[in-house]
Design a protein around this ligand. Structure first.
Ligand SMILES: [Zn+2]
Length: 176
């Protein structure tokens, strides 16, 4: 395996990280929003098409590129316990992983993504708050570690980070 020199998105234009992300440095998804009717789309729709807006009652051609909410509510999830058949790549030995469908309330979107390693179905529950993160997908032939967006439980910090204090994830608890 080649030595990792730097990171780059596995998919161009679907999410922003680091300097390209907001001032907090947290990654965010990039979606499209219709300026006429306010409908959001993810994955983003390239501009330039005709009648791009997915709202059937709207004939807008233009969609704006927008940052989507970085947190949402777990709408559904599953756990993949079996390695996919060839030709799909998968690590050997195969490690089970969870997949989450997260609802972004403001956008009215449900975004499917892999859940971080170490968080399986038993750790998840419909309705809990999830937070966008990124994870390595594979290292390409040039030594570039390709990263992809994914989900983690809100408040679960990356390894080595200090524990979160007082974030938005606590508000719901206090209201009960
Ligand atoms: Zn529209």
């Amino acid at each position: 395996m080649p030595e990792v020199t730097h990171q780059a998105p596995a998919i161009e234009g679907w999410f922003a990280t680091g300097d390209a992300a907001n001032e907090t440095g947290n990654p965010h998804l990039i979606g499209s929003k219709c300026p006429q009717c306010g409908t959001y789309v993810f994955p983003p729709v390239p501009s330039g098409g005709q009648n791009n807006c997915p709202n059937p009652a709207c004939a807008s051609d233009t969609l704006e590129s927008v940052a989507l909410s970085t947190r949402g509510t777990l709408w559904s999830y599953t756990e993949n316990r079996y390695a996919p058949p060839p030709p799909y790549p998968s690590p050997d030995p195969f490690e089970p992983f969870a997949v989450a469908a997260v609802e972004l309330a403001r956008e009215g979107l449900i975004v499917l993504g892999k859940v971080v390693d170490g968080t399986l179905a038993a750790d998840l529950k419909v309705g809990i708050e999830m937070e966008l993160t990124t994870m390595p997908l594979f290292v390409d032939d040039d030594g570039v570690e390709r990263i992809v967006y994914g989900w983690r439980r809100a408040g679960d910090d990356a390894v080595g980070a200090p524990p979160a204090c007082g974030g938005r994830s606590d508000e719901k608890e206090r209201r009960r």
